[in-house]
Design a protein around this ligand. Structure first.
Ligand code: NAP
Ligand code: G4F
Length: 351
């Protein structure tokens, strides 16, 4: 019906990107449905700012229990929510963990995408207009030398990356075979204050800000010489949306075009806090990966030319944003500790 709000479905809505994308789509007037895994603890913290009780009037964000491991739940949710855009962001997204949980990662990331594509195919066959975004990763380039663009061969270096390559090709095959509107985004690393605390950027900003306030003394890391093209998650979800607004489906690299080493990230973060990180960083081999991805640096020319997309937040601004946010968290922790409360920091053994 003309004038009725567009409806989007997001898998992985409770993750970093899911929360930014939900905010973007709500601001554009969409009705947003999100798939949430059942957990014994609350896992919707990143949605707190935008989630309202469904009993309240005017709510446009709805959450549904489902799982990429459960194809029946996906089909039911599609039928029930009737989306015109599907964003598949759900994943076991930690590269190091994918070596410990290789089969699970392959199932959720690879076969899980296939399950959702199958659900979409049935849904589209019933006459529905629907578009699909697949969250691909620069990890798929792996050992291929930078700069990486849409024509760079994939050379995945982890079970996670292999599964993302499978998902990428499933998506492409369904686009070609069934003439479905499906886009693969190949996104380089993107961070924010909402980044999971076991990814290296957030692990560093959480630890250094706590060190600054005397709440801890050491941080244990793995390989420091790898290079990543780090952008801001808020900018990257805009590119996802733009892909689904084009007249034809296509695949796009989304990146800043600049790369820095983990050491350089430490330099900037520690510099902002007036710390010498070498006094606080220790190496722990448990954070090393059997096969590492040495250098990722994307060439986002196609996204710039065709989507009109470019990143707004630069590297130093991104680090400053994360440091500032985590310094405030550390201040809150210090206040609690000073009042005699126990401050619990989470175990990061897989980080
Ligand atoms: P994230 O913070 O780890 O979020 C992952 C989301 O997937 C969470 O909502 C998680 O739920 C959900 N999930 C995990 N397993 C699931 C399952 N079996 N069924 C349904 N949902 C499941 O990841 P992100 O950084 O937002 O990244 C979003 C997507 O982009 C992922 O597919 C990731 O692989 C990909 N990607 C990320 C980057 C990056 O730099 N951030 C770059 C390229 C590609 P819980 O909250 O319950 O854990
Ligand atoms: O922050 P990371 O864990 O991110 P990684 O492996 O690049 O993967 C992230 O970006 C991908 C896009 O390229 C996404 F697809 C994926 O889902 C995820 O969001 O590690 C970055 C670098 C690696 O080289 C790692 O070996 O930092 C190195 N590192 C060094 N010490 C560490 C640590 N990484 C983690 N997580 N923890 C450490 O202690």
């Amino acid at each position: 019906m003309a004038g009725s709000p567009r409806v989007a479905l997001i898998t992985g809505i409770t993750g970093q990107d899911g929360s930014f994308l939900a905010e973007l789509l709500l601001a554009k007037g969409y009705i947003v449905h999100g798939i949430v895994r059942r957990a014994s603890t609350f896992n919707t913290e990143r949605l707190d700012a935008i989630y309202a009780d469904p009993h309240e009037r005017g709510t446009r964000l709805y959450l549904h229990y489902g799982d990429l491991a459960d194809g029946a739940s996906l089909r039911k949710i599609l039928e029930h929510t009737k989306p015109s855009e599907i964003y598949n962001l759900a994943a076991q997204s930690h590269v190091r963990v994918s070596f410990d949980q290789a089969q699970y990662t392959a199932d959720v990331v690879g076969t899980g995408t296939l399950r959702l594509l199958e659900a979409m195919r049935e849904y589209a066959a019933a006459g529905r207009e629907v578009r699909f975004y697949q969250a691909g990763s620069s990890e798929m380039f792996g050992a291929s030398a930078p700069p990486q663009n849409e024509d760079t061969p994939f050379y995945p270096r982890s079970p996670y990356a292999v599964a993302k390559v499978a998902a990428h090709w499933f998506a492409k095959n369904y686009r070609e075979g069934y003439k479905l509107f499906i886009c693969n985004g190949i996104l380089f690393n993107h961070e924010s204050p909402r980044r999971g605390e076991t990814f290296v950027t957030r692990k560093i900003t959480r630890a250094l800000t706590r060190i600054k306030l005397g709440l801890q003394d050491k941080i244990y890391l793995g390989y420091l010489d790898s290079r990543r093209d780090w952008g801001y998650a808020g900018d990257y979800v805009e590119a996802m949306w733009l892909m689904l607004q084009q007249s034809e489906p296509d695949d796009y690299v989304v990146a800043t075009g600049n790369s820095y080493s983990v050491r350089e990230f430490l330099d900037v973060a520690a510099g902002l806090l007036g710390l010498e990180w070498t006094k606080h960083v220790e190496t722990d081999p448990r954070y090393l990966r059997p096969t590492e991805v040495e250098a990722l640096c994307g060439d986002p020319s196609k996204a710039r030319a065709k989507l009109g997309w470019q990143p707004k937040v630069g590297f130093e601004q991104l680090v400053a944003m994360m440091v500032e946010h985590d310094l405030e968290l550390a201040r809150q922790e210090r206040t609690l500790a000073a009042a005699g409360h126990k401050v619990v920091t989470r175990g990061l053994s897989h980080g």
